[in-house]
Design a protein around this ligand. Structure first.
Ligand SMILES: Cc1ncc(COP(=O)(O)O)c(C=O)c1O
Length: 411
């Protein structure tokens, strides 16, 4: 297949990702595991190198040049994230280890302070374990209940069922924006509006959507939004928790230690202001500094242009995959991010992944940390190909050729 996406600077983009030059098992790497983590542009890698080679220092409390430079660079990322998601204030951006820690922080801190016996928490059948387990833990601790929005066989939320789950006991709705396992996009604006009309808060898990969709927390009006830096072309170990200031101010600290205090005596500690109240200890300075470059990469190409490119890839891959006998795409709807998840009759996803890896193709197989979703669909797992800004149509051809060979070998 010829590249048909005009004007999109695919060659220039690919040159920015050194890893795309490598071979796997003697073949050109085709990296289709982007929903797990994206590759990093050279600007991110260089930012890490520059920090450690030139101005490595601890931040916020030093009175020397290196500490000032590191603090300024670290705080620049907070402003970049604020702008990236349209938050009103920089102190509404809390730095964490990742989406998982951000959700745990809200469940522990907000849930610990405000949830009471018999209160209800709504999640959906599409959730990643990171948006199930923290809520289960706090629900058990507080005697609260977890309520689940059902889906249809294509992974689309049953909005009528959602409406009927909302009631005066509902305190929070914690919902994934785009499913990591299927790619399906949830109608978060409507979900938020209905929750607010019912006096419930909403947390949006934007781990998958942050890289693909325009996000504006103010117009969305979510109360919390979480995502991971490593899925937006940034380093691992960086996560974001956005929260409305008035909510974050009312929440107790998540962890105690340095940075998060104003004054400590053995009798009493007063806590620092936002965002530092939630950032105990030395943070992941280097990786947060480099995260700014991951976001800058997206902004440089433009989310709309990337989205258009990824949609072309998704449509082409979908069309090609549907020609395979016995192949079923799970969540085969149009309102999706660039994830295609499928099963093939009589073939275990794991066997397929090994044979694809032998041909240089990196895809993900299994339950994708969404076991309740797999149970709902009645499958053990899927094979998932997920596309990013640097993928090409000819890589999809390589992938489908490799898939044909693998199926013949397993058949
Ligand atoms: C929808 C969703 N939520 C939560 C997570 C957890 O993210 P992390 O492992 O970066 O904390 C992921 C990761 O794949 C995800 O896709």
């Amino acid at each position: 297949m010829q590249e048909t996406i005009s004007k999109y600077p695919i060659e220039a983009i690919r040159k920015r990702f050194p890893i795309l030059q490598r071979k796997v098992k003697g073949k050109d790497l085709v990296y289709f595991d982007n929903a797990a983590t994206t590759q990093k542009p050279v600007e991110v890698i260089e930012a890490l190198n520059r920090y450690y080679s030139y101005y490595n220092a601890n931040i916020h409390r030093g009175l020397h040049t290196l500490a000032d430079e590191a603090t300024a660079a670290f705080e620049e990322t907070r402003h970049a994230v604020q702008q990236f998601i349209g938050a009103k204030l920089p102190e509404e951006i809390i730095f964490t280890k990742g989406t998982t820690e951000s959700i745990n922080l809200v469940a522990k801190s907000w849930g610990g302070a405000f949830l009471q016996k018999d209160d209800e928490i709504i999640i959906s059948s599409l959730e990643h374990h990171a948006n199930i387990v923290p809520w289960q833990m706090i629900a058990e601790e507080k005697g609260a209940k977890l309520r689940i929005i059902p889906i249809n066989d294509d992974g689309v939320l049953d909005m009528q069922a959602y409406e009927s789950l909302l009631n005066e006991k509902t305190r929070i709705v914690s919902i994934v924006h785009a499913s990591n396992a299927l790619g399906v996009i949830n109608p978060v604006a409507e979900i938020i509006q209905l929750a607010h009309a019912n006096n419930a808060l909403v947390l949006v898990d934007a781990a998958q959507s942050s890289v693909h969709l325009e996000l504006d927390v103010q117009s969305m009006d979510c109360d919390f939004l979480v995502f991971s830096g490593h899925k937006v072309y940034g380093p691992t170990g960086t996560g974001i928790l956005y929260g409305k200031k008035e909510l974050l101010e009312r929440m107790p600290p998540y962890q105690g230690g340095g940075e998060m205090i104003k004054e400590v005596t053995f009798e009493k500690t007063t806590f620092n202001e936002l965002p530092f109240k939630f950032e105990a200890g030395t943070p992941n300075i280097a990786d947060f500094i480099a995260l700014k470059e991951g976001i800058a990469f997206i902004q440089d190409i433009g989310k709309a242009a990337i989205h258009q490119h990824e949609t072309t890839l998704l449509e082409y891959a979908t069309q090609q995959l549907l020609t395979f006998e016995g192949l079923k795409i799970r969540g085969n709807i149009s309102n999706k991010v660039s994830v295609v998840s499928f099963t093939i009759d009589g073939i275990h996803p794991q066997d397929l992944a090994i044979l694809l890896d032998n041909q240089g193709i990196a895809v993900r197989t299994g339950h994708h940390c969404a076991q309740p979703l797999m149970n709902r669909l009645g499958i053990v797992g899927t094979t998932r190909a997920s596309f990013a800004a640097y993928n090409t149509l000819s890589e999809i051809d390589q992938f489908t050729n490799a898939l044909s060979k693998a199926i013949k070998m397993l058949g």
